[in-house]
Structure formats: structure tokens, C-alpha cells
Design a protein around this ligand. Structure first.
Ligand code: GDP
Ligand code: MG
Length: 438
């Protein structure tokens, strides 16, 4: 998906100003990318129209190629669509603040009740968890285990009382015990049904929650739209918590849910553990949906610092696989301006996951040492490291105030970097194609 998108966006590079056809071509691919990310088709259609409108009318920013400019707009609009960071819980001025979690079975309500409790406890709140799922066997037990792990009290009345009664009594209990936040864990169903909705509406009317948060499994993709729509129209929700964003989901559900309900996505569940809840960051999801890594950040950083011409030359050399220690040295100078190399590489799409990155440790002291070693090499050695035998290595180590081991380590790192750049060159080919057929 990312590849496809980069292919098309790549085609736009270096073509001068955007015309309608360019944008249309690019947006066709963006559309596919979004659908592939499981964004609802209606939402996709709206989105694409909006971006087209904006892109065609607009001047291309001077420092960006047209392709980069489209990426920028697409990314901005995606982020806009999902709203700003709004992970705040609206606390009542008269505690306890009542938070009711609703959603389908397996969405992650019980887990999230615990996570949210833990999150708020860290902020100095005194939460009470209330077990209102009396249908699923062991649901009460599950919440109690969660509460125990977090040191948060759980209120339950077994499975013989009605959820409305349990919620009401839980509210009373919290007032007695001085809990300032009440988190209600409710029952789910496999599918939306009116019986469930009626029960939730009853609880709502009886205890008047300050926040009704819909818990949605981000893996459900297209279905998320129906779920969000039903819960919102029957019950009225105040926000969404998206769970299981740690999986390989593309996050399309986030976009759909936000577009359909207009309600903020407040938190994201990012793992099974009880501390794996975080504020929802729209920009991260936007990049994730497009699968592009933080391309924009990278563009901005590089633009500000790298000498364009040198970069072009280097790029040529990488492409021809003539990358030498001379280039490496020059690269290090650039890198010092940019910041840690692994950070830069991480921002590039596809590079973040590359294992080799972890093996290469470039801190600043290291860079100085590396520079010394390379500077102790002759030009011939720099261009053809294969000739480095034991005596040459010893001479270089002496000259640079390092050891033969350190020289060897650098040689290994250099090989790894070269390999990595080769891979990167392959990945980038799609970008370059556009540039060559100018
Ligand atoms: P409920 O039926 O809505 O109460 O859902 P549960 O809280 O019982 O969660 C269902 C399953 O999803 C459990 O196995 C949880 O561990 C898992 N789960 C919940 N949230 C997350 C999350 O953010 N990431 C992952 N990987 N698993 C989660
Ligand atoms: Mg549950």
C-alpha cells in the first residue's frame, strides 16, 4: 500500500506545478490506499473531493516538489478529519465523574475500564470500577482481576441484580467511599441489538454519565462505521476509545468513526497490558493510514539542512553503488547537522522497522571517532576498503588514536550501511522514476 502510494506520488515529483490531471491521478491512488486501509467508502469519497479541491487551486510551495506538496495536503486533511488531540475526560465540577464504557463484545471495554482507571489514578484520581456486565460468564471476575492488578476497587453485586441497579448502587457507594471517578463496565453483544441498547439507555437515564465512551476495536474496519452510527444515534456518545491499535490494523476505523460521529477519539489502546493506553494522536494515525512514516517531518528537516547539490551527488553514487568512505565522511558531516542518524532513518518509510538500524549505534562521540579513523585512511583506502590488510589497519588505528578492533567495527558498520543504502535505493526507485522522465 505504502509502495503504491509512493509510486504515484513519486510520479508527481519534479514536474513543476500541479495541474488537475496530476492531482486526479494521485488522488485515484490515495483513494485506493484509503479503501485498503479499511476506511468506509463514503468517507473516502468525501475526503478525496476535499483534497482535490484544495490541491488544484493551490500554489505549490517553493521548497517542495509538487508530489511532496500533495503528500502534505493529504496528510494535513487526514489529520484534520480526525480532529485535534482531545484525550481529555470532562470531569464534573461535582464529583464523582461518571464514565460509562459501551461497545460490542470483545471490543475491549473491560480491559479499557481498567486501563482508564489506572490512567486516571496516576493523575491523582480515585476511581471505582463498576461491573455491569452480568451476562458474559466470568465478566465480573475479569474486572475484579483487573482492579486488583491496578489497586483500584471494583463494585459488583453478582449477576442477579439488574445492570441499572448495579450502576445506581455503585454511584451511591462511590459517594460514600469518596471515589471521584466512576467507571462503568457494561455488557456487549456480538451485534447491535435493541435489547442491549435499551439496557444502556436505561443505565444512562438512571445515572446520567458525564462521559459515554464508545469502545471500538480498530481491527473491525468497515464495520466500525455501523457500530459507531448505531451507538451514537441510540445512546448518544461523547467520545471514542479505539483499541488494538497495536495490531497490524491500518487504522482506517479511526477515520471512519470520526467522520461519521463527529465525536472525538480520546484514547487509543495499544496492547493487552493495563498501562497500554495513550492519548489519541491524529497525526500518527494519518501517517499510519498512508503508511508513509513521518515523511513530512523528514522533508522539512532535510530541506532545512542538507546541501541539495551534495545530496544529489551522493544519491547518484548510492544508485551506482559507488558509496565509499569519502562519501561516508561527508555524510557524517551532514548527519551531525541533522541529528542522530538512526532517528533520521527511522523517519523514512519502511526504514523504521529495519533491524540493522538497531545494530548501528551513532552517537556524537562515535562520529568523532569514526571521522578520525576515516581521516587516517589514504584516499585509495577510502575508495577501496578491500585493500585494508592487518598492517594498514594497525597504521590507521595508530593514526586515529583508536584500536584495530574499532577500525574493524567501523568497516563492518560501513558494509552494513552500504547494504542498507542499497536497499533504500531500491525502495526509492519509484520516486526517482518520475524525476527521470521529466
Ligand atoms: P469486552 O468484551 O469489550 O469487555 O472486551 P475485553 O476487555 O474482554 O477484551 C477483549 C480482548 O481484547 C481481550 O483479550 C483483551 O486483552 C484484548 N484487548 C483489549 N484492548 C486491547 C488492545 O488495545 N490491544 C490488544 N492487543 N488487545 C486488547
Ligand atoms: Mg467485558
Amino acid at each position: 500500500l505504502a509502495e503504491k502510494l509512493q509510486n504515484t506520488l513519486g510520479k508527481l515529483k519534479g514536474k513543476g506545478k500541479l495541474n488537475e490531471k496530476d492531482v486526479n491521478d494521485a488522488m485515484r491512488e490515495v483513494k485506493l490506499a484509503l479503501l485498503e486501509a479499511d476506511v468506509n467508502f463514503k468517507v473516502v469519497k468525501q475526503f478525496v473531493e476535499k483534497v482535490k479541491e484544495r490541491a488544484i487551486g493551490q500554489e505549490v510551495m517553493e521548497s517542495l516538489t509538487p508530489g511532496q506538496h500533495v503528500i502534505k495536503i493529504v496528510n494535513e486533511e487526514l489529520t484534520n478529519l480526525m480532529g485535534n488531540v482531545q484525550s481529555k475526560i470532562n470531569f464534573s465540577s461535582r464529583p464523582p465523574t461518571v464514565i460509562m464504557l459501551v461497545g460490542l463484545q470483545g471490543a475491549g471495554k473491560t480491559t479499557t475500564a481498567g486501563k482508564l482507571g489506572g490512567y486516571l489514578k496516576k493523575q491523582g484520581k480515585k476511581p471505582l470500577l463498576v461491573a455491569c456486565d452480568i451476562y458474559r460468564p466470568a465478566a465480573i471476575k475479569q474486572l475484579k482481576v483487573v482492579g486488583e492488578q491496578l489497586g483500584i476497587p471494583v463494585f459488583e453485586l453478582g449477576d442477579q441484580k439488574s445492570p441499572v441497579d448495579i450502576a445506581r448502587e455503585g454511584l451511591e457507594k462511590s459517594k460514600i467511599d469518596g471515589n471521584d471517578v466512576l467507571i462503568i463496565d457494561t455488557a456487549g453483544r456480538l451485534h447491535i441489538d435493541t435489547e442491549l441498547m435499551d439496557e444502556l439507555v436505561n443505565i444512562k437515564q438512571s445515572i446520567r454519565p458525564h462521559e459515554i465512551l464508545l469502545v471500538i476495536d480498530s481491527m473491525t474496519g468497515q464495520d466500525a462505521v455501523n457500530v459507531a452510527e448505531s451507538f451514537n444515534s441510540a445512546l448518544g456518545i461523547d467520545g471514542v476509545i479505539l483499541t488494538k491499535l497495536d495490531g497490524d490494523t491500518r487504522g482506517g476505523a479511526a477515520l471512519s468513526v470520526k467522520a461519521v460521529t463527529q465525536k472525538p477519539i480520546k484514547f487509543a489502546g495499544i496492547g493487552e497490558k493495563l498501562d497500554e493506553l495513550e492519548p489519541f494522536y491524529p497525526d500518527r494515525i494519518a501517517s499510519r493510514i498512508l503508511g508513509m512514516g513521518d515523511i513530512l517531518g523528514l522533508i522539512e528537516k532535510a530541506q532545512a539542512n542538507i546541501d541539495e547539490k551534495k545530496a544529489k551527488e551522493l544519491e547518484q553514487r548510492i544508485r551506482k553503488q559507488q558509496f565509499t568512505f569519502e562519501d561516508f565522511l561527508e555524510q557524517l558531516e551532514q548527519v551531525k547537522k541533522l541529528g542522530p542518524l538512526n532517528k533520521i532513518l527511522e523517519m523514512m518509510p519502511g526504514m523504521g522497522q529495519m533491524k540493522q538500524l538497531k545494530d548501528i549505534d551513532f552517537d556524537d562521540k562515535e562520529i568523532v571517532k569514526v571521522q578520525a579513523i576515516i581521516q587516517s585512511m589514504t584516499r585509495q583506502e577510502r575508495n577501496d576498503p578491500d585493500i585494508l590488510n592487518a598492517s594498514r589497519k594497525k597504521r590507521i588505528a595508530r593514526g586515529s588514536g583508536t584500536s584495530v578492533q574499532e577500525v574493524n567495527r567501523l568497516l563492518k558498520q560501513f558494509e552494513q550501511t552500504k547494504k542498507m543504502m542499497k536497499k533504500f535505493a531500491g525502495m526509492e526507485k519509484s520516486f526517482k522514476k518520475g524525476r527521470q522522465c521529466k
